[in-house]
Design a protein around this ligand. Structure first.
Ligand code: SF4
Ligand code: SF4
Ligand code: F3S
Length: 268
């Protein structure tokens, strides 16, 4: 893409651990430098931008004015609503107010990671800060949820490239997740599925069946209840691993409220 075609992106951070951005930093196809220099114009991102303080705020507002109605807003992190939103403040403003202000002029919003999509770990019971995902607050913009804790950067890149190529967002499921990435259960394309079908299970971590790579269902794998493309998209680029390939069950990190509904992670 030429610079004239690079879509402006504003990336906001709220209640989060920055793990979602970390996954993006490890992307290789394309890598981060190519992504932000050739493909998109990343106008605001607290972790990777050079600017700080007032200069950073100014860059964001300039982009919002110049690209009104055209920029993509990526949100990382949950948004606390309790006590009028005081639990997350940036530059003196509450997260919920920043989100509403930046969303108002955006073309579309990508909620990146389970915190931004469904509230995430801080929304686990009893959710003391009243954390929610973006679509509990914004209802008048197209929203796409790329869940996962962390999410897979290939699904963000695929969404952005789809948007650039076709000028619209990809088809979504009932939870606003792109079907190309969340259309199948983990269990339906897991490399250990043949072991499940034949009744060959790990009984306990470290046992002989664990060493043989048997199915992790009995030690808690939530692959049968979880929709995501981890077995095919995999993580860490050339290493090409995902939780089950390294011997750990899926904990359901792409599903809403998984901290409450998928726990205890090591039991069935
Ligand atoms: Fe961190 Fe997970 Fe939230 Fe991403 S979704 S910011 S990895 S806690
Ligand atoms: Fe299904 Fe998990 Fe067993 Fe894979 S390891 S076959 S996802 S239960
Ligand atoms: Fe998350 Fe399960 Fe994939 S824990 S990373 S959805 S294998």
């Amino acid at each position: 893409a030429t610079s004239a075609q690079r879509p402006p992106v504003i990336w906001l951070h709220f209640q989060e651990c920055t793990g979602c951005s970390e996954t993006l930093l490890r992307g290789a196809h394309p890598d981060l430098a190519r992504l932000i220099l050739d493909i998109i114009s990343l106008d605001y991102h607290e972790t990777v931008m050079a600017a700080a303080g007032h200069q950073a705020e100014e860059a964001m507002h300039q982009s919002m004015e110049k690209n009104a109605g055209k920029y993509l807003l990526v949100v990382e992190g949950g948004i606390p609503l309790a006590e009028n939103g005081v639990y997350c403040k940036i530059a003196g403003k509450n997260a919920v107010d920043i989100l509403k202000e930046v969303a108002a002029k955006s073309a579309a919003i990508i909620a990146y990671g389970t915190c931004a999509t469904f509230g995430g770990v801080q929304a686990a019971k009893p959710n003391p800060t009243g954390a929610v995902g973006v679509d509990s607050i914004i209802s008048d913009k197209p929203i796409i949820n790329i869940s996962g804790c962390p999410p897979n950067p290939v699904n963000l890149l695929g969404t952005i490239l789809h948007y650039l190529t076709f000028n619209r967002l990809p088809a979504l499921d009932g939870l606003k997740r792109p079907k190309f990435a969340y259309g199948r259960r983990i269990h339906d394309h897991c490399e250990r599925r043949a072991h499940f079908d034949e009744g060959r299970f790990v009984e306990q971590f470290g046992d002989q069946f664990h060493k043989l790579g048997y199915c992790l269902y009995k030690v808690g794998c939530k692959g049968p209840e979880t929709f995501a493309n981890c077995p095919v998209a995999r993580f860490n680029n050339e290493a090409g691993v995902w939780p089950v390939s390294v011997g750990h069950g899926c904990i359901g990190c792409t599903e809403p409220n998984f901290w409450d509904t998928m726990t205890p992670f090591y039991d069935r």
